[in-house]
Design a protein around this ligand. Sequence first.
Ligand SMILES: Cc1ncc(COP(=O)(O)O)c(C=O)c1O
Length: 494
Amino acid sequence: MTRDREIGRDARARALSRPRRRRTSRRAMPPRQATVCAQGAERAFEVPRTTPRDVTRSVVPPMYPSTTYARDENHELPAPSGRALCYARPDNPSVRACEETLRALERGEDCAMFSSGMAAVTAVLEGTLGDSDGTRTAALAPRRGYFAVRQKINEYCASRGIEVVTYDPSSYACDVGDEVVSSADARRREEGTSLSRTARAFAERFPSTVFGLIWIEPTANPTWDITDIGEAMQIVQEQRGVGCVCVDATVLTPICCQPLVQFGCHIVMHSATKYLNGHSDVVAGALITKECDATWEKILHHRKMSGPTMGSFDAYLLSRGMRTLDVRVRRQSKSAMYIAERLQELFDEWNGPRTTLRGIVLYPGLRRGEAVGGCSSESTYDAHAELLCPNGVYGGMLSIVLYIMNPNASDSSRVLKTAELARLFASKTRHWTCATSLGGYESLIEHRYSVECKPGEVHPHIPPGLLRLSVGLEDERDLFDGLQQSWTHVVASN
Ligand SMILES: Cc1ncc(COP(=O)(O)O)c(C=O)c1O
């Protein structure tokens, strides 16, 4: 072959392997999530600023503590982004800046901030169930998940005569918990208590009652059971009149999952106290809606009339926190995966027929396969996890469950002993602070049983040996070393 022909052939091969140049569109691509986080929606989208132009041209948007706004000579109110500013309870430019960023990150139509996550939950209840006459509306809520939200739904509905129907999040994690604590849940699940089966069975029994609200916590705190959000949307298609599917995405954040666009849910709720702020120094909540419909109007009306608004300094801090959301959550998720895998190896090496004290890791990103327990739902868990977090970013939360295999011990003595060992573990762990909450830059460890249960109680959902871990931004090897040392200490003291 001549050298020229060789060169020609190489050039053709190079041309074929080169990615085809796309025809450039005149329309600019919307900015990606990391850009929206870093710049805030106003700058990333080059939309008119909510705030008046600042004469100093400050790169950091100023904070607006003012509670009121001056009218001009024609008695007109200022409206820098098309929405008039009159009084700070419903409208504050610093709060509006947070709302625009979060709306863009979740790709919704509007966002409303609240003074806490629980205030946002209450607004959803008011908007979806508030004007029910109590006879034909029910709420569908999970049996496991953040306890204060479940309690709030129950209390709110009880006071208005609204029935709360509960379902089991489809889960692998809880099968492990059942083996450790009780088998009651496993039996109920066999009888069919998943979201869709529960909803269908209820509709058959009470055909004239509609679900005003379906509440979902896609990775249930603190066992990380995964709910198939698609099941809820199927129920919306099948049953006429379902009011609202609301997803508490506090733990996943829009970096892992965007329920409005992935599944078509109606509302996403966040405790912004956690990952969105990320610095453990703000209490706040948020709702993002897919559509500005009648339910959304009721939610905004509730906020305006009841006043659970966010302060401007908190809004300033939250905007600042969200600048690093993308980079924090990705890093925390990577570290959580590393720690979950190392812990699983540690427990796999240790657990055996001769060991009475054993350990399990619960993390949505861990492949379940058939490795643990031989449970029939193993591949369902993996499939749901992938659907939920298609980018393979599963968040920074995981749990360890310590448990004692001793068939001769009574349930309550086993529970007390396990709880004591778990508390010892938490108190001994270097680099982890023993405290509640989650989503900050610092790693936290918490014994949930001590928070949610009475001593010795056999709780159906909270194993006495469960330790909830919120992975921070420290080096993941230090974090794992701390946990490994604690495990060694606890094993030696058992
Ligand atoms: C999943 C989840 N939802 C809601 C809340 C309530 O949020 P807040 O404490 O901001 O009121 C929390 C708080 O821990 C939570 O973890």
